[in-house]
Design a protein around this ligand. Structure first.
Ligand code: GCV
Length: 655
């Protein structure tokens, strides 16, 4: 096996109860079969004893049962029974999740917490792969795709292990190709590839996961010679209906389509003066007879902007494009909304669409792949950020209208909702480039299953399972501080960007400043920041009260977002009493010091870690330190040159 087992690396354990070695299986099905296999594999590795699998009940055993009456789809109950344990699933997936949970409890020594009843809170827990069929991965930082090589679909041991890893964290939907659907990938929904796609669908099906594909809105033109893909053209709609019918003939469990339309050059309904609802509904009607769904992305903005134009604001775009369509989408359409209004920056406010849409299914999209957050070289544990997003109160239907309650279906009673994430895996030995970046992969699934769990407890759980209990406290501490550290040495106070164009790693303060992407910091000799109040771009008006007023008021605006919403002079005082420029200098020095401390902490862990893991992460931390120093010096020098105000503490700032 040339890849790591990640958090499913079952090591021998001390506590070896007799009951562990008999598995009484009182239900069946292909997902139950995976649960049984997982149980045996794990127990045999942990206890050294061969597990006896029996269809009989018994006193001293672990039993698996199905009970559709358990409340909550795919939920499970684990309790003691006789001298053993009983794991009951509401469905086959519930049984599988129950087995993974039981194994986690055994491994972390928490069996005393039984009985427990648990179940996935988010109905949809999706992984989006930005994998291309040539084997590359858009924004991939851990090698190449393990789904494709040279336009061939690889269904092998690695993809099997991938499905196991995903099921173990509760993922129930996987989109197997990039939202930017290139020429060959357009054929994924045709006979050229369907039989092989079916192999993936079957494999995933054994782990309770549905397969989705990203589709090219212009597929009728590229595949069938149409001269348009107008969603209101009945022939175009008919083509999609026939295409869907055929897909379901081959893959009856096909999940549906993910669509990036009219975004960054991708085709879409705008060309024909049609709306996103026209486009999404046309596809949805093709899938509806088979229970399929359309996931339509809201990442729509003008990527041909003029930096001189201070009124057009990219942050406004998703809301402006979609709010008027609330209630116009068919029931099997879900809008997938990025967490912030820009694009996965280290700090952004929550997208105002969550507080705006009320009659539309919604999915929250986050990015596990660390595109703007250190590219899996720098350590950046993202769970604390996702927690803040889920806990953000949109005030859409009074107090307590959190993003979490919107996307878990509670607030508006939606069934098709949940979370989607751009995954950070590739074919590197450790799956995620940086071993510690797997905490984000793991954490995403765990959070979508149970958003009540704290970021810290997820970090602890992942560390204990992956690296061992001995380093749990220290690594958890490293993980928990890492987002804030990354934020300190990169772009300040929510302004974002300032990265190397295209690659998005490392600093280039003006790299995107005079470009067409709508990503400006507007720094001059007096100050910096974007005025998004009504006096500026008016973006703050997209929020419900009190946020609308809070964000628009310089004195009330949360400081970490200050420059996102306001243009601030360098010598203006922040709440800390420091001037803006001093805050910038201080945080950049602090950020580097924190990385130095992290690297030292890691060095001290050497004797407690497997040498290969230790070495890989050490090398990444060294690169992170170089990156942090580069950011510090470029940012500090840039602003010092702009304003000429020296650092109060007299530290070295290059001129
Ligand atoms: C897959 C950003 C990324 C692109 C990505 C796009 C999207 O612009 O840089 O690589 O495209 O977001 O989310 O569609």
């Amino acid at each position: 096996m040339d890849f790591s087992k990640c958090w499913l690396d079952y090591q021998p354990i001390e506590c070896k109860e007799k009951a562990f070695s008999t598995l009484s299986v009182l239900c069946d099905g292909r997902v139950v079969k995976s649960a049984v296999e997982e149980y045996c594999l794990a127990m045999e590795a942990m206890t050294g004893a061969v597990v006896e699998v029996t269809p009989e009940g018994g006193r001293e055993c672990v039993s698996l049962r199905l009970d559709a009456a358990l409340s909550g789809a795919d939920s499970y109950e684990i309790c003691r029974e006789g001298d053993g344990y009983r794991i009951t699933g509401q469905s086959e997936s519930g049984v599988l999740y129950g087995v993974f949970e039981f194994l986690r409890l055994v491994r972390t020594g928490h069996l005393a917490s039984l009985p427990l009843v648990n179940g996935p809170e988010m109905p949809l827990r999706i992984m989006n792969h930005w994998d291309n069929m040539d084997g590359s991965i858009e924004r991939g930082y851990s090698g190449n795709s393990f789904f494709y090589r040279d336009y061939e679909i690889l269904c092998d041991e690695r993809t099997e292990q991938y499905a196991r890893l995903m099921a173990s964290i509760g993922i129930n939907a996987v989109v197997i190709n990039n939202v930017n659907v290139h020429q060959r990938e357009t054929y994924l929904i045709t006979d050229t590839y369907l039989e092989q796609v079916k192999e993936y669908a079957d494999l995933f099906g054994r782990y309770g996961i549905r397969l989705y594909t990203s589709v090219n809105f212009a597929a009728p033109m590229e595949l069938a010679g149409f001269d348009n893909c107008d969603p209101l053209n009945p022939e175009v709609a008919q083509w999609w209906k026939e295409t869907a019918a055929h897909i379901y003939e081959v893959i009856p469990e096909f999940g549906g389509f993910l669509v990036k339309a009219d975004s960054e050059g991708r085709p879409g309904p705008f060309t024909y003066d049609r709306t996103h609802a026209d486009g999404a509904n046309m596809l949805a009607r093709a899938l509806a007879p088979y229970g399929g769904i359309v996931i339509w992305r809201c990442f729509v903005y003008n990527c041909g902007q003029d930096w001189r134009d201070k009124k057009t604001d990219r942050a406004r775009a998703a809301y402006d494009n979609f709010i008027g369509l609330d209630g116009c989408f068919d029931d099997n359409v879900i809008l997938q909304i990025k967490n912030g209004p820009m694009d996965f920056q280290v700090r952004e406010p929550v997208s105002p669409l969550f507080g705006g849409l009320k009659k539309t299914n919604m999915i929250l999209e986050v990015e596990i792949a660390q595109e703007y957050t250190g590219q899996q070289i720098d350590l950046c544990y993202l769970l604390p950020m996702w927690r803040e997003i889920l806990d953000f109160d949109t005030c859409a239907a009074g107090e307590g209208s959190t993003v979490r309650r919107i996307v878990n279906g509670e607030l508006y009673g939606q069934k098709l909702c949940g979370m989607a994430a751009v995954i950070n895996t590739g074919d590197d030995y450790n799956w995620t480039g940086n071993d510690l970046a797997a905490a984000n992969t793991y954490g995403y699934g765990r959070l979508a299953m149970n958003p009540s769990q704290s970021s810290e407890s997820i970090a602890r759980e992942w560390t204990a399972l992956t690296l061992g209990g001995e380093v749990e406290d220290t690594v958890t501490q490293m993980l928990m501080g890492s987002w804030s550290t990354y934020e300190k040495y990169t772009s300040p106070l929510g302004i974002g960007w300032m990265v190397t164009p295209h690659y998005h790693y490392g600093p280039d303060v003006d790299g995107y400043e005079y470009d067409r992407w709508g990503t400006y910091h507007r720094a001059d000799w007096r100050g910096l920041g974007v005025d998004r109040t009504p006096a500026g771009t008016g973006y703050t008006d997209q929020y419900n009260e009190p946020w609308r007023s809070v964000y628009a008021d310089r004195t009330k605006c949360p400081e970490e977002l200050l420059l996102f919403f306001h243009y601030v002079r360098y010598n203006e005082k922040l709440r800390s009493g420091k001037t803006l420029i001093q805050h910038i200098y201080d945080t950049h020095f602090e950020g580097v010091e924190e990385v130095e401390a992290m690297a030292e902490t890691w060095r001290q862990l050497a004797p407690k870690l497997a040498p290969d893991v230790y070495g890989r992460v050490k090398e990444r931390l060294e690169r992170q330190l170089a990156n942090a120093r580069e950011w510090r010096d470029r940012i500090n020098t840039y602003f010092y040159r702009k304003c000429g105000i020296p650092d109060e503490k007299g530290r070295k700032i290059y001129e």
